[in-house]
Design a binder for this molecule. Structure first.
Ligand code: TYM
Length: 374
């Protein structure tokens, strides 16, 4: 039986079949040939590609061909500020940092305070704007190059973005927007226009530099519907089609279905602002375990890392392959108990987050160096 799941920019639910998504969305799997191309150009690998956390793409092969011919590209990604940053949001951003270091390219980061105001009835524009600047600090804290990184909040950079968005919007019909995004007659008209705003930064590097510069977008696959629209429009506006590289979702602590998000409930979402105690409590209490019911049984039969959220999260947050492999072996053999495995995740995440919060404080002082405003 084919299991039901849903992946849209606003809803991710069910047990996601990523191979099926590739077919349904019409993207390409990230082939081993392309993986070695990235590694070769970057001169080092990243555990996100080795572990297929980035698994699919659009036109990355074309981008590499152009790179070999000496053409430039720019990175683009973003955040919809509906709350505090959680550790799932960091996944594409960590990969962006790796790519910026490797290719020494410009990085554009859009913060969509307008989108979250339009689609979340309870939020005011002032709230989404303020959250946006806080979320920006989480991005900057990852260590982006201030000379080549541009962060902009939509309503404060609207004059520039609107000029691009309005050109895009003229070339997209309401029926396309309905088909691609599932809009209905009850959807507010702001949302009908909104996709043009998320599409606009795809052309921003070309416009700022006055020459064609292809953008590459690292993001989870839920954002892909936007790239379908913008890729249709690009040649009509004389810009290169945007390329994309897609990551899978960090799963919810409670189990494999869907993505980790605040809608799962704040209690089971780990935010970058959660202190060490909260992180420990959340993981110990909510991380779904693949362990056996009793210690005796566990020692005898071992645990199942495929369904164990502490292990699944370590695939994202423990970069050392050997360490991860040892954990896998010890857990499946029964040597490592479920509580001990959770403790490893608690320590790994806390080490990262304590450091991250220090860098976030530093970023507060340097924010102006990154911000684009009209
Ligand atoms: P938002 O704020 O929902 O998500 C920000 C980024 O995080 C990714 N993401 C995840 N990745 C891994 N595991 C998860 N559990 C998880 N949850 C979210 C999202 O795919 C996204 O890349 N409309 C956008 C903001 C935006 C944007 C962009 C995103 C504007 N321009 C360009 C990507 C690229 C939004 O609300 O993202």
């Amino acid at each position: 039986m084919v299991e039901k799941f849903k992946v849209t920019p606003w809803e991710v639910s069910g047990k996601i079949d990523y191979d099926r998504l590739i077919k349904e969305f019409g993207t390409q799997p990230l082939s081993s040939h392309l993986i070695s191309k990235i590694e070769q150009h970057a001169r080092k690998s990243h555990h996100f590609i080795k572990r297929k956390i980035f698994f699919s793409h659009r036109e990355l092969d074309v981008l590499f061909k152009e790179l070999d011919q000496g053409k430039e590209f720019a990175l683009y990604t973003g955040r919809g500020p509906s709350g505090h940053t959680h550790v799932g949001h960091l996944i594409p951003w960590i990969f962006c940092k790796y790519l910026q270091d490797a290719f020494d390219v410009e990085m554009y980061f859009q913060i969509t305070d307008d989108e979250k105001f339009l689609c979340k009835p309870q939020l005011t524009l002032q709230e989404t704007n303020a959250l946006g600047y806080d979320n920006a600090l989480d991005f900057i804290a990852l260590g982006f190059n201030p000379k080549k990184t541009f962060v902009f909040v939509d309503t404060d950079y609207g004059k520039t973005l609107y000029k691009i968005a309005v050109q895009i919007s003229k070339r997209v019909t309401a029926s396309t927007a309905k088909a691609v995004f599932g809009f209905t007659n009850d959807t507010n008209i702001g949302m009908y226009f909104w996709p043009a705003m998320q599409a606009a930064p795809c052309f921003l590097p070309s416009i700022r530099h006055g020459k064609p510069i292809r953008t590459l977008i690292p993001a989870a696959i839920d954002q892909d519907p936007y790239w379908r629209i913008v890729r249709d429009v690009a040649p009509k506006m004389g810009f290169p089609k945007t390329a994309a590289i897609h990551n899978v979702f960090l799963p919810p602590l409670l189990g494999m279905n869907g993505k980790m998000s605040t809608s799962e409930g704040e209690h089971a979402t780990i935010f970058t602002s959660d202190d060490e105690n909260i992180v420990r409590k959340k993981i110990m209490k909510y991380a779904f375990s693949g362990g056996k019911d009793t210690v005796e049984e566990h020692r005898k039969h071992g645990g199942n890392p495929d369904i164990d959220m502490a292990y699944q999260w370590l695939r994202f947050f423990e970069p050392d392959d050997q360490k991860l492999q040892q954990i896998h072996q010890d857990y499946t053999s029964g040597k490592l108990l479920s509580g001990e495995l959770k403790q490893i995740l608690v320590d790994t995440l806390n080490t990262f987050l304590v450091e991250h919060r220090k860098k976030k404080e530093q970023a507060r002082k340097n924010l102006d160096q990154f911000i684009l405003k009209d």
